[in-house]
Design a protein around this ligand. Structure first.
Ligand code: G6P
Length: 613
């Protein structure tokens, strides 16, 4: 996820200097990424670029981004996906002759293929990004056609993947060219100037009139003209009917209209899963990770908080799919496990931030023993991936809410993908079995979108009852246990209600003593016949003591008659349990927190990234 802004107009019409407008717009987009940034404009000598690694404010001090000159300016704030955060990987990217500058948000899947062809034709690449193919590709086509817009259109039609792209060029210095597919992009209409941006907050200071672009739309804006075409059928889009007035305040706009970042991030999960899937499908690190894991003596996996729950989930999947026992442990307990670890072992360290001190300490202790380390993180080039032998990334984009949501589902997606690859690599799964499981993972975004829409109203309603409770149990079996643990953590973290998770079979060995009339027990029921059967007895035990049963179960479940409330999950496959079954629990914790009068984004005593032991 990255943030884009572009501005074009007549010099006497801008409310502020264009450089300042773009700089302020970038600050509003910082929630989309903040590891590097840059701006570009068109001058008589070609395009001028100021960019580098660091936050927007740091770069302002160092390079004075807002000082950039010109009546056509673009800006970008980056969340690294291809290539670590660095001065050269920061956007905008340019062609060989410095005549074309591009900012991009999304992932170009076929970039390697295009890059190889362009290198073969003599193009010189300076960065490791997927984006840099775009200016070179346009340059290559423009050499033949001599018509910039036509070259831009042809280049865009050769891209596979997701993109919001904005381009400036000294060949046509009065136009901002744009294209959109799967990544957001809007046009803002000013008086004597126009803007293009990833999101409303970037432009709200300058205009309230916007057009939301649709997939496959392409075109350009100048100070007084807008052209939008549909790339699919070359139809010119009648944009005047599409202009709407934004009523939000800036504060609302940063949260995309949601009252809290946590809610926004819950709703971002379909996109985050899609992007993570794009990444993991073609990540060479997965192949290398499988090689390391296949020849390891012992495999360990560790993390803290939510990331630990993803670890535990992986350990179960690994035994089912790869027939491989994995030791999962809480990062701060590393010394117990590090003491027996040895050279042919592998440790997987899971951390969304890549900076958690407990996880970093575990990594270092194992590394000292000669153990190979695989990182799973959401932040490219953060400490944990940097100190690991290999890194696999989730592509959830920045998570602002302290309680992890989209980073958990994307972590478990990556880890599920890895266990399937390992199963196939070691022969525990046949190719067609592996394809079958991967097929379900590819449906994750769709299932999540449905799960949210089916369960939001019930979560809201149930929160009214839940907010008065002092204690809640979360029970499950097998693959559902870590998901119960994650659900309990969510409620504890943001609604401050005592919540405990147990393997359901254990509940009769103590926890049941607390159960009385109307005590809430949430059962996570994976879509798995054997587990369902085994859970039935536990549900009955709880019901017999007066507990109120909340089931999180597929629409096909045979247990629905036993539920007092039912969070219904679209029927899919048990391999999606971590992704589908956690959703209602995130929603329930969120609404309970809000109904109790708390701010779910800022839970007391907790921090997003804990860099102390
Ligand atoms: C803190 C956060 C949790 C998070 C944990 C691990 O405790 O409040 O939400 O799960 O750190 O963070 P990491 O960045 O390593 O995944």
């Amino acid at each position: 996820m990255c943030g884009i802004i572009g501005l074009v107009g007549s010099s006497d019409k801008f409310p502020l200097k264009p450089g300042i407008m773009v700089y302020r717009g970038l600050l509003r987009l910082e929630y989309r990424g903040y590891d590097s940034a840059g701006v570009g404009s068109v001058t008589s000598k070609g395009v001028q670029i100021l960019k580098g690694k660091g936050s927007i404010r740091e770069l302002e001090k160092k390079l004075c981004l807002s000082c950039i000159d010109g009546a056509i300016v673009i800006g970008h704030t980056r969340w690294a996906t291809h290539g670590a955060p660095s001065d050269t990987n920061a956007h905008p990217h340019t062609d060989c002759n410095n005549k074309i500058a591009v900012v991009h948000n999304g992932i170009i899947q076929n970039y390697q293929e295009l890059r190889d062809i362009l290198i073969g034709k003599g193009h010189i690449f300076r960065s490791e990004t997927d984006t840099e193919v775009v200016p070179h590709l346009i340059e290559e086509i423009y050499r033949r056609l001599g018509d910039f817009y036509e070259s831009f259109k042809r280049a865009i039609s050769m891209l596979k993947g997701s993109y919001a792209i904005v381009v400036i060029t000294s060949y046509e210095p009065d136009k901002l060219f744009f294209a959109k597919k799967d990544s957001p992009l809007i046009i803002g209409l000013g008086d004597g100037f126009n803007l293009v941006a990833s999101d409303i907050p970037a432009i709200l200071e300058y205009t309230r009139y916007v057009i939301t672009l649709r997939d496959n739309w392409i075109g350009y804006v100048s100070s007084n003209k807008i052209l939008i075409e549909d790339l699919a059928d070359s139809r010119v889009v009648e944009w005047k009917k599409l202009v709407r007035t934004v009523e939000w305040s800036i504060e609302d706009a940063v949260k995309g209209g949601y009252p809290h970042f946590m809610m926004k991030e819950i709703h971002e999960q379909p996109r985050a899963l899609k992007e993570t899937l794009y990444g993991v499908q073609r990540d060479p690190a997965i192949v290398k990770a499988v090689e390391l894991l296949a020849r390891a003596d012992n495999v360990y996996i560790t993390g803290a908080g939510t990331s630990y729950h993803a670890c535990y989930y992986y350990s179960i999947l690994s035994s089912i799919l790869a027939k491989r026992l994995v030791y999962s442990f809480i990062a701060s307990e590393y010394s117990v496990y590090a003491s027996t670890a040895d050279k042919p072992d592998v440790l997987i360290v899971v951390s969304q931030s890549g900076e958690t001190m407990d996880a970093l300490k575990a990594l270092r202790a194992f590394k000292e023993k000669g153990v190979s380390i695989i990182a799973v993180s959401n932040v490219v080039d953060s400490a944990i991936p940097r100190e690991s032998d290999l890194a696999v990334y989730t592509r959830a984009g920045p998570e602002i809410g302290v309680a992890a949501t989209k980073t958990f589902t994307t972590q478990t997606l990556v880890l599920s993908w890895l266990s399937i690859a390992l199963g196939q690599g070691t022969g525990a799964l046949t190719k067609s079995e592996a394809e079958y499981y991967r097929g379900w993972l590819k449906k994750s975004a769709e299932i999540v979108a449905k799960t949210i829409s089916w369960n939001e109203a019930l979560a809201m309603e149930l929160a009214d009852w839940m907010r008065k409770k002092r204690s809640v149990y979360y029970l499950s079996r097998g693959i559902g246990v870590p998901i119960a643990m994650e659900g309990a953590l969510k409620l504890k973290e943001i609604a401050y209600i005592h919540a405990e998770a147990y393997p359901a079979g254990e509940s009769k060995h103590g926890p049941i003593a607390l159960v009385e009339e109307d005590f809430p027990v949430i059962f996570i029921v994976p879509e798995h016949r054997e587990l369902e059967k085994a859970l039935l007895g536990n549900i009955q035990e709880m019901k017999a003591r007066g507990a109120s049963i909340i089931g999180v179960a597929a629409e096909s479940t045979s247990l629905s008659n036993y539920f007092d409330y039912w969070f219904k999950i679209p029927s899919s496959h048990w391999i999606l349990t971590s992704i589908s079954h956690i959703l209602p629990q995130q929603l329930l914790a969120y609404y309970t927190s809000v109904k109790r009068g708390f701010n779910p984004d800022r839970p007391r005593n907790l921090a997003k990234t804990v860099t102390v032991e």
